[in-house]
Design a protein around this ligand. Structure first.
Ligand code: HEC
Ligand code: HEC
Ligand code: HEC
Ligand code: HEC
Ligand code: HEC
Length: 306
């Protein structure tokens, strides 16, 4: 009896969802729907996006300041873009600007919702396999895209920034009960795991000097990358003598604004002199920190030697 009731409830719920028309989702310009509409069914993807910096592209403090409190129109065309386009053809979305780069920016074009699959959704949709390729990101990320092309990386942007895992596209009952399992791309583009896999540090202790090597092992572009933001990797090396006194303290700053980052698969080396008298009996602690203003620093890699 209970089972029958559940089945009946499911059928009614499904009917309501099937019966509704979702053609309003295909409207653009002033009528573009907000991402909260997509959240009614794609809850897990929405939750990722809500933590992702694309959803902060308009509201974040660095952007608010640098765009003179949103008065520079040329910045808005990208930070709150209506749709994917090449850099010079980007146009701003006139509504829901606070959502920055939102669901409709990446998925809605020509009054159609595009996805990587060929599915029958509640709303109209068409397949666009280019969504799985780096070129899809290039209109807004051209400098990084060019670094990626030159890097020889075998992975597309999406393979690192939107890794796929088994899940459901629709995570809201009752639709979720019928939705098959598929591969779903993570919509949180900068995860802690990704940053921690960016680089490795090794070193060599000598009598008169210590050498530190830093390799970009995980970022398929210059590390750090970016044209507009101020992203930094800071390599700090400290040497302590046998008595625990700090005898060397050095810092190398790699910054997207200075354009002095480390290319993919490349190693940079630094040799620091050890003061005479310290001998070979010293400790080294080298760390690499990821720094973006307004966010907590993150430890990427370290190398310690006794
Ligand atoms: C419509 C333009 C647009 C498109 C398309 C786009 N991005 Fe972005 N992306 C931005 C903007 C603007 C920011 C800056 C967000 C902010 O203010 O922090 C950004 C930031 C990022 C960041 C850095 C987040 C951070 O830590 O600050 C990553 C990583 C990223 N994008 C990856 C991608 C990838 C991968 C693709 C393609 C699948 C893509 N983006 C497509 C505009 C875009
Ligand atoms: C920066 C661009 C970007 C934004 C913003 C974005 N998506 Fe996506 N989306 C993609 C890309 C690229 C793929 C293909 C990823 C894959 O399958 O590996 C994708 C895939 C999907 C899929 C198909 C499942 C999958 O992962 O292949 C759904 C459904 C989806 N997105 C919904 C949304 C919703 C809902 C939002 C807003 C909460 C959103 N997307 C925001 C770029 C974006
Ligand atoms: C009423 C529920 C519902 C809402 C609301 C909804 N979707 Fe969907 N969507 C679906 C279903 C169902 C599928 C197909 C799921 C499956 O077969 O795994 C789908 C599939 C998709 C796909 C993949 C299409 C493909 O063939 O690759 C994308 C992209 C997508 N939706 C984007 C969006 C966006 C953007 C919004 C908001 C404007 C949105 N959806 C709102 C139910 C919904
Ligand atoms: C091999 C994996 C990999 C590929 C491929 C890749 N990235 Fe990254 N990306 C990373 C890692 C790791 C970081 C964090 C380290 C760093 O700062 O460079 C990062 C950082 C970023 C950032 C934030 C700025 C920064 O340097 O911290 C942006 C923006 C970005 N990637 C965009 C892209 C775009 C666009 C593509 C494709 C053209 C792409 N990435 C391809 C791994 C990758
Ligand atoms: C073609 C697209 C595009 C245009 C136009 C653009 N940006 Fe951005 N912006 C990005 C992308 C992509 C990122 C993240 C990676 C990077 O810096 O390349 C970003 C990041 C930023 C950040 C860092 C945000 C953070 O989280 O720290 C600031 C600040 C910023 N942009 C300001 C501006 C200003 C000011 C303008 C106008 C003069 C502008 N942007 C124009 C694409 C764009």
């Amino acid at each position: 009896m209970k089972k029958i009731l559940i089945m009946a409830g499911l059928a009614v719920g499904l009917f309501a969802l099937v019966a509704a028309s979702y053609d309003a989702f295909l409207e653009m310009g002033e009528k573009t729907v907000p991402s909260s509409q997509c959240n009614k069914c794609h809850k897990a993807i929405y939750a990722d996006w809500a933590k992702d910096f694309h959803s902060k592209a308009f509201v974040n403090d660095p952007f608010k300041k640098a765009s003179n409190a949103y008065s520079r129109q040329e910045c808005l065309a990208c930070h709150t873009a209506q749709e994917i386009a090449q850099e010079d053809a980007l146009k701003l979305r006139p509504v829901h600007k606070e959502e920055g780069v939102n669901c409709t920016t990446c998925h809605l074009r020509n009054n159609m919702i595009y996805g990587p699959y060929k599915l029958v959704a509640k709303h109209k949709s068409e397949q666009d396999e280019s969504m799985l390729k780096s070129a899809f990101c290039s209109g807004c990320h051209m400098p990084t895209y060019q670094e990626w092309q030159a890097s020889g990386s075998q992975k597309q942007c999406q393979e690192c920034h939107m890794p796929r895992a088994e899940g459901k596209l629709v995570t809201v009952f009752p639709l979720s009960a019928l939705a098959p399992k598929r591969m779903v791309g993570q919509h949180l583009q900068m995860s802690e795991g990704l940053i921690k896999g960016a680089a490795t540090i090794t070193g060599q202790k000598g009598t008169g000097s210590v050498t530190i090597s830093l390799t970009n092992t995980g970022a398929g572009h210059t590390m750090p990358t970016g044209k507009y933001g101020d992203y930094r990797m800071v390599l700090t090396t400290k040497v302590l003598d046998s008595g625990g006194q700090e005898v060397v303290s050095k810092e190398e700053v790699f910054s997207s604004q200075k354009d002095n980052g480390v290319p993919f698969n490349k190693t940079v080396k630094y040799s620091y002199p050890i003061p005479p008298g310290v001998g070979k009996d010293y400790k080294v602690k080298a760390t690499l920190a990821y720094q973006v203003s307004g966010r907590p620093d993150m430890l990427v890699a370290s190398w310690n030697a006794e």
